[in-house]
Design a protein around this ligand. Structure first.
Ligand SMILES: CC(=O)SCCNC(=O)CCNC(=O)[C@H](O)C(C)(C)COP(=O)(O)OP(=O)(O)OC[C@H]1O[C@@H](n2cnc3c(N)ncnc32)[C@H](O)[C@@H]1OP(=O)(O)O
Length: 320
């Protein structure tokens, strides 16, 4: 397996909002079989993730690897770092210049630079799945399969509202990353998940509820490994997912998509609700015959795509 991070410089990139970047770096990692020797699976990371999908600190080790659901003995795994995610040297200061579609445009340029004609699959959870939707909306023949997990083709008002609160915390708090993470963890889980996990127990040593110490733990942990500019950038992308923004209608855009679309929702997801995902499926089904909808059943909410691996395996095994 290759762990090297490769960086490519794009010249003359203008964002959808009209801001010109004379150069912009994009870095990526390749795992499994070498590029151009096997079907390629593009894996898009989520808010605080990066191109390290497998190996040491790999965030999807439970799903991807030798003899795993997405088998690195069978596929080439390609994973980009969203510019500004902080995993490489790229820092984006003016995060509001960018939308999710810009990131998809940048990915497409590099996919073409790497002389990849067609991917086997694009898979991603949350904002990574949103980037995947934007990719196929822009390049309808770029992949055989689109697998958006715990996401949708658009951010809803509820999600945008929470991203707004995240932004306020990131701008105004004295402990921005910690406090923003604490709020975010509430959105990533559910009341039922907390009840099952904590049962109103207390941390005797600290004399606080365990749910409080758990939230503090996640806040501090992220603070140690994440940069504020990255958090702001990724939050901006999360709220700007919308394949129809300044574009054709949903029907026109999705009619062009050639890929089989395998939507995977989570019954308890507060961010990208199962109902929104089902509505997307029902709409697509009216004029496409290669769309499926499957659901992860979990009390854990949005985070289930990082927890419910047995279910993910069952839902994905026929595709991979
Ligand atoms: C919006 C987007 O694009 S996607 C957002 C995606 N979600 C995230 O980024 C969420 C981040 N969530 C996580 O990191 C989670 O830990 C997951 C999803 C990876 C795993 O979830 P779980 O298996 O439920 O693990 P849990 O959340 O309990 O985390 C375990 C950690 O909490 C700690 N912990 C557990 N209980 C407590 C407690 N009462 N007090 C303090 N710490 C605690 C454990 O020691 C462990 O610490 P470590 O990770 O430093 O080893």
């Amino acid at each position: 397996m290759e762990n090297k991070i490769t960086s490519i410089t794009l010249q003359n990139f203008t964002t959808e909002s009209g801001v010109f970047y004379a150069s912009l770096n994009l870095s990526f990692q390749v795992f499994g079989l070498a590029l151009h020797t096997a079907p390629i699976v593009l894996v898009n990371h989520a808010l605080t993730g990066n191109s390290q999908v497998v190996g040491d600190n790999g965030w999807w080790n439970d799903l991807i690897g030798a003899n795993k659901t997405i088998d690195t003995n069978k596929y080439t795994i390609l994973a980009f770092n969203v510019p500004g995610n902080g995993f490489d040297d790229v820092i984006i200061e003016n995060y509001s210049d960018f939308t999710t579609r810009d990131i998809a445009r940048i990915f497409i340029e590099v996919i073409r630079f790497l002389k990849i004609e067609r991917l086997y699959a694009i898979i991603g959870g949350s904002v990574g799945g949103g980037i995947a939707w934007e990719l196929v909306a822009l390049e309808p023949t770029i992949t055989q399969k689109l697998i958006p997990i715990a996401t949708d083709w658009k951010s809803t008002d509820w999600l945008i509202a929470n991203c707004f609160l995240q932004e306020q915390i990131l701008k105004n708090s004295s402990k921005p990353i910690e406090d923003a993470r604490i709020h975010a963890m509430l959105c990533y889980r559910t009341p039922e998940s907390f009840t099952a996990k904590f049962q109103r127990t207390t941390n005797e040593e600290l004399a606080i509820f365990n749910v409080e110490s758990w939230l503090s733990h996640h806040g501090k942990k992220l603070q140690k490994r994440f940069q504020i500019s990255s958090y702001k950038m990724m939050n901006q992308l999360l709220k700007t997912i919308d394949i129809t923004r300044n574009s054709d209608s949903f029907k026109e855009i999705t009619s062009r998509i050639e890929a089989d679309i395998h939507i995977i929702g989570i019954n308890s997801d507060l961010f990208f609700t199962a109902n929104e995902n089902k509505a997307t499926y029902e709409e697509l089904k009216k004029y496409k015959n290669n769309v499926t909808y499957q659901e992860i059943v979990s009390i854990h909410g949005h985070d289930a795509f990082l927890i419910e691996y047995k279910q993910l395996h069952n839902l994905l095994q026929d595709i991979f």
